[in-house]
Design a protein around this ligand. Structure first.
Ligand SMILES: Cc1cc2nc3c(=O)[nH]c(=O)nc-3n(C[C@H](O)[C@H](O)[C@H](O)COP(=O)(O)OP(=O)(O)OC[C@H]3O[C@@H](n4cnc5c(N)ncnc54)[C@H](O)[C@@H]3O)c2cc1C
Length: 380
């Protein structure tokens, strides 16, 4: 006989495992469904590292959520006994009129965040691995750092299970529907049929399939790991912060050398790739794209441009038209909670998004400032 749950969480990636963790800790009967294995590499949450930072260039309105996200990541570090968040320092670089520099400075000032502003000579003196052209400025924040995405998913997952959540892997949800009287939900998978009071949809790049009425797109992006020419010492964690460099044409970002695999130093372009779909994405890495990355690195981080490529992997962004999040109740079905897409910058928020999703799935509202992420803004 099928069991009824309080909440079904569809998709156990970054957002879904965080939701399951908070829901289970509140005593909810939770069923989580995931088509692949735990912390797999087929979606948006793999590849060793994600940036976290506070002087948010995208919009100062994200900062209150970020401050809570930091608290919750610290709690997860503590509760799991793992390092899911590592503070390394973070630096934004670019000319003063670039989006990243204008936005970061604005967020830091509006929210009174600790930060240092540096000119090109100071950048070159402090981080000789960066070739900062004259006219470049930087905003440094001591609290910038890294989330380890696979470790965070496994930590949320394990603690959710310890708190009583039922999490099923290798099971694909084929459809969902609201109950016959308009409340409750039913989810049909390739393994069964489940009912619950509420449904959290946290399917990442598969959200366009589950919610075709929303204007969502999926974008292929590539992560690269290089062995620095001359050795990794200048990129050691402690010496090298995470960084985002707005060149005016496009932005790329990078990390210090980190524990775990792949080895080497990771860099990537932000928001730079063709639209794709999860079933048909081209996962091969082409020589032309490696050459493009080496070309930009030759300008800005030459020792990486001249190093050997150790690994490269694709990853998907799920974009909204305005590149802000889509997070809230489904406008037509109050028992459906929409938990992504996060437009390629969501991982750092997963801890607080889990808390928001648990609020929405238990009470229908949240005290967190998420009104501007309302899914309704995309339905005319
Ligand atoms: C290259 C790249 C770099 C990034 N860098 C950063 C960064 O530095 N900082 C940052 O904050 N963010 C970053 N992001 C964004 C961040 O990683 C994503 O916003 C986040 O991982 C999205 O989490 P999610 O839970 O929505 O998706 P996912 O973690 O992909 O989870 C969705 C899950 O749903 C499952 N699923 C889908 N359909 C079904 C179904 N029908 N049945 C069962 N299960 C299903 C999938 O298998 C998957 O496990 C980056 C993303 C990429 C791709």
């Amino acid at each position: 006989m099928s069991q009824t749950y309080d909440v079904i969480v569809l998709g156990l990636g970054a957002m879904g495992t965080a939701a399951a963790y908070h829901l289970a800790n509140r005593g909810q009967r939770v069923l989580g469904l995931e088509r692949f294995a735990p912390a797999h590499d087929q979606g948006s949450s793999h590849g060793q590292s994600r940036i976290i930072r506070q002087a948010y260039y995208e919009n100062p309105s994200y900062v209150p959520l970020l401050l809570r996200a930091y608290e919750l990541w610290n709690e997860l570090n503590h509760a799991s006994g793992e390092t899911v968040m590592l503070v390394t320092g973070g630096v934004m670089l670019g000319e003063p009129d670039t989006d990243v520099m204008r936005g970061s400075i604005r967020s830091a000032r509006e929210h009174n965040l600790q930060h240092d502003l540096l000119d090109a000579a100071e950048i070159r003196a402090r981080w000789p691995q960066f070739r900062a052209p004259d006219g470049t400025i930087a905003l440094y924040e001591r609290l910038g750092g890294v989330i380890f995405p696979e470790l965070a998913i496994l930590a949320h997952q394990r603690l959710a299970q310890e708190a009583g959540a039922t999490l099923q892997f290798g099971e694909t949800a084929q459809s969902w529907q609201v109950g016959p009287s308009g409340d409750g939900v039913e989810v049909i998978t390739d393994g069964g049929r489940y009912t619950a009071e509420r449904l959290v949809l946290s399917a990442g790049a598969w959200m366009p399939e589950l919610l075709p009425e929303f204007p969502l797109t999926v974008q292929r992006n590539v992560l690269y790991w290089f062995e620095p020419d001359g050795g990794t010492a200048p990129f050691a964690s402690g010496r090298c912060p995470i960084y985002i460099w707005d060149t005016g044409d496009l932005s790329f970002y990078g990390f210090p050398a980190l524990p775990g695999t792949p080895a080497g130093v990771k860099v990537a372009f932000h928001n730079h790739g063709p639209l794709c779909a999860p079933e048909t994405i081209d996962r091969a890495i082409h020589q032309t794209e490696i050459d493009e990355m080496r070309g930009w690195l030759a300008e800005y981080v030459p020792s990486l441009a001249h190093g050997s490529l150790l690994d490269a992997r694709t990853c998907m962004y799920t974009l909204t038209p305005d590149h802000d999040f889509m997070l809230g109740l489904h406008p037509q079905h109050q028992q459906i909670v929409i938990a992504s897409p996060c437009s390629g910058h969501g991982y750092k928020f997963a801890s607080v998004v889990g808390e928001v999703l648990a609020d929405l799935a238990t009470t229908g509202s949240t005290g967190h400032p998420i009104g501007w992420f309302s899914p309704a803004r995309f339905l005319g």
